[in-house]
Design a protein around this ligand. Structure first.
Ligand code: IMO
Ligand code: MG
Length: 439
């Protein structure tokens, strides 16, 4: 039997590129037996829209709207059980049975009910120095910190007899941390809210207990040996990677495809195609410099409104910027992407689309990606004619306006030496709204 393989989808910008839509479309052709989350947690907000169903998945993998696809949550994920159970229920109401095809790694990390409170306390502390990250408040950073400090809880712990005892030790530690924040830095502990969160968490854990918790690495290797293929679903994006993003304005996991191996427990030889997802422009939420940001506030708002650029997880408005090819080249090189999806190409609110091709620090033109984006004082841009509303819903390359065609040719040219192809271009939110560009 021929061995199966793993393809990977990652975001190449600052998140919210529309990865969910591309994953949903990719798996609709029956090529993949399963979709696997390998990092991040419920900080992701992956919107799936097909016909009359719109679903925003935070932790359930984006294969959920396709009935025969298995769903995997890998050891690299920090699992928010309350979100997980809520999403499973929501999908059930849409007519999708999730539990028989969902497998969770026993080595995945549990987000505790106190992690979101510590996340908020950390932000409160940073904010005193004007250095807020603008996290999603989902407890992601504290959950990964506990995992690295080797005091965290694993999903598999819930099946063991000493779980309650272990949880109590961690909860005591967390309360000490929160008390320190309260005493030293004026963070207000809300005991009522903590109690409510605790209750919900324990209720959700009871449901988690009934789910298929397993050695997921073993299961995935078995599927591969059966000749089945799997799609690894990246959350966040390369520019939010803990090692290669704009630290500390990043998330707490490695978002690069290299982390698929560690986040699922598979060898690098299992990886095949690496798909990168971008939008035709750029958005960002949270703190830190955003060099490509559109300076004209009215124009930025026009992109925000037309592109519905409001967080799927937090509802926050997203800052909008031009396509940043300097950052994109960095992301492509780091991730080894060979195929690119461009989404939201129907959104064009300017008669001229700018593109960022370089960063400057004072008079110096930067050759390499800077250590901190705060070092970027100006950007070098080029302009391409815009295409207005013409391309909404276009599904055939023949019907694409010549301005958008020029834009796509321009991008491909700028990436030529990196051996990457634009394979499809999105023209609307629905799974079917896109056209194929190059093979
Ligand atoms: P998807 O998968 C966009 C951002 C937050 C914040 C930083 C750290 O939908 O693309 P965290 O809660 O992870 O500690 O926040 O990362 N962030 C995202 N931005 N899309 C996401 O996910 C994000 N997940 C986290 O806004 O700046
Ligand atoms: Mg998002």
């Amino acid at each position: 039997m021929k061995q199966g393989f793993i393809d990977v989808v990652v975001g190449l910008q600052w998140g919210d590129e529309g990865k969910g839509k591309n994953i949903d479309e990719l798996i609709s052709h029956g090529k993949y037996a399963g979709v696997a989350r390998f990092q991040g947690g419920a900080n992701a907000g992956h919107t799936l829209k097909y016909k009359n169903t719109t679903f925003v998945g935070h932790i359930v993998p984006s294969g959920c709207l396709q009935k025969d696809v298995e769903l995997y949550i890998g050891n690299g994920v920090v699992v928010d059980v309350v979100s997980l159970i809520k999403e499973i229920d929501e999908l059930k109401n849409f007519g999708f049975k999730i539990t028989p095809r969902l497998y969770i790694s026993n080595r995945a990390k549990l987000v505790s009910y106190l992690h979101p409170f510590i996340d908020q306390a950390d932000e409160h502390y940073r904010n005193k120095r004007g250095a807020k990250i603008g996290t999603t408040s989902r407890g992601i950073g504290p959950a990964y910190a506990d995992a690295r400090a080797r005091r965290g809880l694993l999903v598999g712990d819930v099946l063991l007899s000493d779980f309650v005892e272990k949880e109590k030790i961690l909860a005591d530690f967390h309360m000490n941390v929160l008390n320190m924040y309260q005493e030293k830095y004026g963070f207000k502990i809300n005991l009522q809210k903590i109690k409510e969160a605790e209750k919900k968490w324990w209720e959700a854990l009871e449901e988690l207990n009934k789910l298929q918790i397993c050695d997921l690495s073993f299961l995935i290797q078995k599927r591969l040996s059966e000749g089945k293929n799997i799609l690894a679903e990246g959350a966040q994006a390369v520019m939010l990677d803990i090692d290669f993003g704009d630290y500390p304005n990043v998330t707490s996991s490695n978002t690069l495809p290299a982390n698929v191996c560690l986040g699922l427990g598979v060898p690098h030889t299992a990886l095949r195609d690496i798909y990168g997802v971008i939008k035709a422009y750029t958005t960002k939420v949270g703190g830190g410099n955003f060099p490509a940001r559109i300076k004209d506030v009215v124009l930025e708002k026009a992109f925000q409104d037309a592109g519905h650029e409001f967080g799927a997880t937090t509802g926050r408005p997203r800052m909008c910027g031009w396509l940043d090819i300097f950052a994109l080249r960095h992301a492509v090189m780091l991730s080894g992407v060979n195929k690119i999806f461009i989404n939201k190409a129907d959104i064009c609110k300017s008669s001229k689309m700018k593109v960022v091709i370089g960063y400057k620090n004072g008079r110096k033109i930067l050759k390499e990606f800077p250590l901190y984006l705060s070092q970027v004082t100006d950007v070098i841009t080029e302009e391409i004619p815009g295409w207005g509303q013409k391309n909404y819903g276009v599904k055939d390359k023949k019907n694409v306006s010549k301005e958008l065609q020029s834009y796509l040719n321009y991008i491909e040219k700028k990436l030529l030496d990196l051996d990457v192809k634009i394979i499809a271009v999105g023209t609307g939110q629905d799974r079917d709204q896109f056209f194929r560009w190059s093979k």
